[in-house]
Ligand binder design. Structure first.
Ligand SMILES: [Zn+2]
Length: 387
């Protein structure tokens, strides 16, 4: 059974009490000392001491919630201070590099994007440094940098490995590049694990302990949260749901397998197919807007059925509570996600009474970007070293 008192049952968490309390305040889960004690399982005395320390250091502030309805003492609410340090998130994508500056409430202070056509290793590095420089010119109270990247990635060595069609860029030690140049701590993750974290702490998945974030773009990628943590193996590898096969005799995939999901439902494949049947080249967003065209509806419905086939396999392995369809999947009209939800719930093997929710990201197409920053916040939440 899962305990609601996150601080009780796990010794490693006891060592991370500061990070845990800071997380509960930052993510808005708790706004008073009493709530913090209840949720964390720590004693009121420990909570009071740690919160006082946060206030002294300018990390947290007490706001008087003025209420005209209630005469008497106004409730006091704990919140992240405006003086608390900020976080830079950098997202390395195939077509662009973006950066976001945010606070620990995940409010955006500044956002920049650099498009990268015909990129090279040198151009990518200078784009990342240009984003960092501009953010640091704007704000100097930075606690650290979170990087999200197209995969595959080696999170322990901070390297972008060998993404397909990525201008021949391989084995880029992006974590070292940034930490050496800017002397800031860095957290590094695959982009959809980042997106999943953003949804978990600040988005539509706050109530879920186990869920999948499926990102559909020119490839299909995934981030998985199980037991409130990102799913990795011992070497730091994350999930690759785009390479679940839906046909053992199907399309040949770059990975060597046949019938991989992404060979059928990537946006590149879908756009080519939709252009062919409608005779009109358009963006996936615009095709989705025109879903009432029967020809488009048929293709989108078939796409959903293929997604359902692969996702049911994932659900049977992971028994998750929810699936977020993100990146350009964010453009699906609601009826398709409802259809996806229905098929998965009717086809999964176990616990038919527990319904799986299929939803869109709160952060929309920007879940990966915000997630890059949240990835660093996650490091802070899991550690004492920043306090
Ligand atoms: Zn494959």
């Amino acid at each position: 059974m899962r305990s609601h008192n996150e601080g009780f049952n796990n010794n490693s968490l006891k060592k991370r009490n500061r990070g845990l309390l800071f997380k509960l305040i930052a993510t808005g889960q708790c706004s008073s000392r009493i709530e913090l004690a209840k949720t964390s399982g720590l004693t009121k005395m420990s909570v009071t001491n740690i919160v006082s320390e946060f206030i002294e250091k300018g990390l947290v502030t007490e706001a008087n919630l003025e209420s005209k309805m209630n005469v008497g003492r106004n409730p006091i609410s704990l919140t992240i201070s405006g003086n608390a340090p900020k976080i830079i998130g950098i997202l390395v994508g195939r077509d662009s590099c973006s950066a976001v500056l945010c606070d620990f409430k995940c409010s955006v202070l500044k956002k920049i994007q650099i498009n990268m056509e015909h990129c090279s290793k040198e151009k990518l590095i200078s784009a990342v440094f240009a984003l960092m420089d501009e953010m640091l010119n704007y704000e100097n109270n930075i606690i650290g940098v979170g990087i999200g990247s197209i995969g595959p990635v080696d999170i322990y060595n901070g390297m972008i490995l060998n993404p397909p069609n990525f201008y021949g860029i391989e084995n880029l030690p992006i974590t070292d590049m940034i930490s050496h140049n800017y002397h800031l701590p860095v957290a590094f993750e695959g982009q959809y694990n980042c997106a999943a974290l953003a949804e978990k702490y600040y988005g539509n998945c706050r109530q879920f302990h186990d869920f999948i974030f499926l990102g559909i773009t020119n490839g299909v990628g995934s981030g998985i949260i199980i037991g409130d943590e990102i799913l990795h193996n011992a070497f730091g590898l994350g999930s690759e749901l785009g390479h679940i096969s839906i046909d053992y005799n199907g399309n040949a995939c770059v990975c060597g397998n046949k019938g991989c999901l992404e060979t059928y439902v990537s946006i590149k494949v879908m756009n080519a197919r939709l252009a062919e049947i409608t005779g009109k080249v358009n963006s996936f967003e615009n095709y989705c807007k025109n879903y009432k065209d029967n020809r488009i509806d048929r293709e989108l419905t078939e796409m959903i059925e293929k997604l359902a086939c692969a996702l049911t396999t994932a659900v049977n392995m992971l028994h998750c509570e929810a699936i977020v369809i993100g990146d350009q999947g964010n453009y699906f009209p609601d009826k398709y996600l409802k259809r996806l939800e229905d098929i998965i719930n009717n086809s999964k093997i176990s616990d038919k009474s527990r319904k799986i929710t299929v939803l869109k990201p709160y952060f929309g197409e920007e879940a990966q970007l915000f997630g890059s920053a949240v990835n660093f916040m996650n490091k802070v939440f899991h550690s004492n070293e920043f306090f």
